[in-house]
Each structure stands twice: as C-alpha cells, then as structure tokens.
Design a protein around this ligand. Sequence first.
Ligand code: PLP
Length: 413
Amino acid sequence: MQTNVWKKHTREEIKQRVFDAIDQNVNFIESDVIGIPGSRLDPRVFYQDAPFLADAPFLNALIRNPNHIGCHTLGDSEPFFAGTQAIELDTIRICAEDILNAQPGTVDGYVASGGTEANIQAAWIYRNYFQQEKGAQSNDIAVICSADNHYSAAKAANLLNLRFVRINVDDDTRNIDPQHLSSTLSHLKNDGVKHVIVIANMMTTMFGSVDHPDDYTPALKAHDMEYFIHVDGAYGGFVYPFNGEEHGLDFSHPDISSVTLDAHKMVQAPYGTGVFLIRKGYMKYVRNSEASYVKGLDATLIGSRSGANAIAIWMILSTYGKQGWTEKIQTLIERANRIARALTHHNIRFFQERGSNIITIRAEDMPIELINAFHLVPDDHDNPRWVKIVVMEHVTDDKVSRFIERLSMVVNT
Ligand SMILES: Cc1ncc(COP(=O)(O)O)c(C=O)c1O
C-alpha cells in the first residue's frame, strides 16, 4: 500500500512547522537547564538578533543547535529535542515509505553524516548479526560489490575487518559479470566464507549504473551463502525512483534490507545529510548499552549530530512534494538526454543508464579543451579512461546548449 506522507507545503507552512518544532525543544536560555552538555551556538559569533532570522527556519535550527543523537524511530530518545526529532521522523518516513515503498512503520533510520557513514552502518549491522546470530568470525564474512561501487564499501570492510571483493563489470554495459561473480563466490566458499554483505548500486558515482538484486541472488543461493543486500542509493536514491524505470532496489523487494540515500547530492541539502534506512529488527545489533547516559541508548555510528540537517531535508522535500520532485528530476534527465543525443550525433562513445542524469564519456573521444572548459570529472586523475557529466540543477538548459555548440565546433574543425 502506497502511503502519502510526502506533501507539498507552502513556505509559510514550512516556516511555521519548523519554528513550532524548535519551540518544543528545550530552551537553553529561558529554562533552568544546567545538566545538558550542549548549548545554542555562541551568540558572540553567531548573532541571534539578526532581523532576517525571523524568516529563516533552517538558520534558526542551526543556531538553536538541537542534538539528534540516537535513532528516533526506535522509540525512546532525548526528550530535550523531541520537537525537531519529530521532523526527522517525518523525513525518514518520506524516504522509506514514499520514495522506497516500505510498508508504513516497518523501517528504522536516521540522518547520517553522509553516504559513507550510512554504507558503513549497514555493513556494521550485518557483520554483528552474522557474529551474534550465526557465530561467524570476521574471516567468514565478505563484503562484495561491483567494480564501479563507491570506495566507501572498501572503507567499511577495512574498518570492520571483513574480506572485500569487487566483481568485474562489462566495460560497455557496466553490468556485473555473472561468471566472475560465480567464480568469486566459489573461491570465497572454498576459503571458508559463509556470509556475504552485498552492496548493490542505485546509480554508481562514476557511471550512474544500476545493479539489480537478481544480478546477485541466484548466484548467492547457488553457493548456499547467507546474505544481506544493502542498496547504495547515495547518488541515485533521489533520482532513480522518479524516472519511471522498473527497479527492484527498494523495500518492496524482499531481499533488500537497507538503503543509503544522500540529500547532500541531488537534493542540494547542506553536507551532513546522508540517510540510513533499514528494516525494523536490525538496529539492535549495533545498539550500544554503554551509551547509558543517552536516553534510548545509541545505535548510530556518528553519535551527536545536528538536528538542523534533518530539518533541511524535510524543508526541501516539503517545498516540492512528490509530484514536484518527480517533475524536477524528469527535467534534469531530459537535459541529460539532450547531451546524449548530441554525443551520439558526433559518434562519441559514452555510457548512460536509461533514466539517468549522469553521462560518462570515453575520455579518448572527448576533446581535451571541452573537458577543461566544462570541468568534466575523470574516473582517475592520473590515467583518465572516462570523464563524466552530472546534470544537476546548476546545469541549466543554456549551459547544455553552450556545451553542445562548442562540441559541434570542435569536432567539425
Ligand atoms: C554512490 C555513492 N555512494 C557513497 C558515496 C559517499 O558519500 P559521502 O561522500 O556523502 O560520504 C558517494 C559519493 O559520491 C556515492 O556517489
């Protein structure tokens, strides 16, 4: 059943909701608060009487500095910041239920520092699950992902002392190589690995390429591996679900148990706005009973974190509503398609996943003066094989036109 938490609100409604929430939090100045090891931002540096603040809900939230430590979907949290925690709960529900098709109330989550933290959080939970429930040793557990996966998967495996393997992809389609997956799983199995944490991509960093759970599951089952599939939607989570393409990378798929999103990429929220989401029942594997001074304990990697970040995500999503967001994303994809048509016209080789706003061009086909003039980003600064264009909001129609015109001039001379 589709829920509808994600509504468009007017600027006035958004302002009212945020100011009301801030007012429900503890007031460090007006109340006799002497036990909390936190305060508002220093007023000698961050002026609190500036007139524009009366119209600036996000800046107010920053100044009032709520600490959203912990994971509020679990129930008990610090009561001092309950007002703004409620906005974070709405943000999590929009992401889990309206974007990623979870059944109401079935997903836990929190606003993490970014995609890296959210990916590590997932691997940390699954490692502890395998250790606590299955008696696994670190060496029995592997993190696997595609060759195009973001390096945060390697970071997670390194930090958690797990094996780490990348599966080759086809150089043209960026699809996972099934033979390499199968031989890797056989090799891991012979080496004692019984448990696998898959990180599947909903749009990779360099290519915007998308994995499908069925790329992995038949091979995992055939090798009798116990597994979890975490989706890294740090880039694509706010793009791919809005392009009308079929995908199995959300909570409607029984094999997907957690997802990373990042609001500080496509959503243009401030840095520090990753979103970690996981089916209920798993956060307990990292809930730390030593955090006894924190009401509700802590089950997050980060600990203290700014409540203003969750508010920023909610404000942006509420400004658009689901339909408005869909229209915005489809406009950006159409702009990317214009670039793709021009490249095709000039016989320049590139990769674009259907419905993606990332275009990744063979570096040898792209004139260097265009790479430099338009700041295309290489896959490897020392030895670039590919360069990419990411059509975000600042990549306006006229910039796209200038790129296409310049391309025509350069390739026709
Ligand atoms: C697909 C993907 N995953 C994870 C990350 C890491 O995100 P962050 O830099 O927010 O930690 C990125 C960043 O580019 C990414 O593109």
